[in-house]
Ligand binder design. Structure first.
Ligand SMILES: [Mg+2]
Length: 233
């Protein structure tokens, strides 16, 4: 009796064993939350705008105003199209990448990220560049960050937050920790829970008015707030 022929090798790829991620995710902004960058960024963006003939940013106050919305939408509202805004932002970011020396982590943030990263996936969602963020984290030995979604992944934080959230289907509450009015609004639009920090570019009152569910005064308070994380509203 002949044995049946062996089954033909399947052309289908093996099933990935992963399934949905086991840990929860916490999303966090970079400038004004992790890195104290306002003065350096304002100087770099002022130079970049001057060089490109864009009269939108001339001072730190102009930069603070720009961040009441998504930075690229604020440029558009001031009459600068997205490609012009990306050019100016890219020039400023490149200048900062060449000299990270003016960028410092806020006190206590490195420790908080390391502890947070022990129990959840920490994803930085930023309008800054992924290259700059990775360079900064490496330079300062900051651990605990699982991934970075920067300008290379798109200019809309709404889209980036939503894309990260889709990878965590079992999670119900998605904290987004940030320091500007624009970020509070984008978090809400993406269905995330905006949490403000009291050490960034916009003050606590404005963050609350823009929808922050809480504004924490220190990285330690942030850790307390996020423990336990995310499964319940
Ligand atoms: Mg920020």
């Amino acid at each position: 009796m002949k044995s049946p022929p062996p089954p033909a090798p399947s052309a289908r790829p093996r099933r990935e064993p992963a399934g949905p991620p086991q840990r929860d995710v916490v999303m966090i902004d970079f400038d004004g939350v992790v890195v104290d960058s306002l003065d350096a960024f304002a100087d770099a963006l002022t130079v970049a705008c001057e060089e490109q003939g864009i009269g939108v940013v001339r001072s730190v106050d102009d930069v603070v105003d720009l961040l009441y919305g998504n930075v690229y939408e604020s440029f558009r509202a001031a009459g600068v199209d997205e490609s012009g805004a990306v050019q100016a932002m890219t020039a400023a970011i490149r200048a900062l990448e060449r000299d990270l020396s003016r960028l410092r982590p806020f006190p206590g943030v490195a420790e908080a990220l390391a502890r947070l990263g022990d129990r959840v996936d920490v994803v930085i969602v930023t309008s800054n560049s992924e290259r700059l963020v990775h360079g900064f984290l490496a330079e300062h030995g900051i651990a605990g960050v699982a991934a970075v979604a920067g300008v290379e992944s798109g200019v809309s934080k709404v889209a980036k937050i939503a894309a990260v959230a889709r990878r965590y289907p079992a999670q119900r509450v998605f904290p987004f920790i940030a320091d500007t009015v624009g970020d509070m609004r984008e978090a809400r639009e993406a269905g995330a829970t905006p949490i403000g920090v009291g050490w960034g570019w916009h003050d606590a009152g404005r963050l609350r008015a823009a929808g922050a569910t809480r504004v924490v005064a220190s990285p330690e308070e942030l850790l307390e707030l996020l423990d336990p994380p995310c499964r319940e509203a």
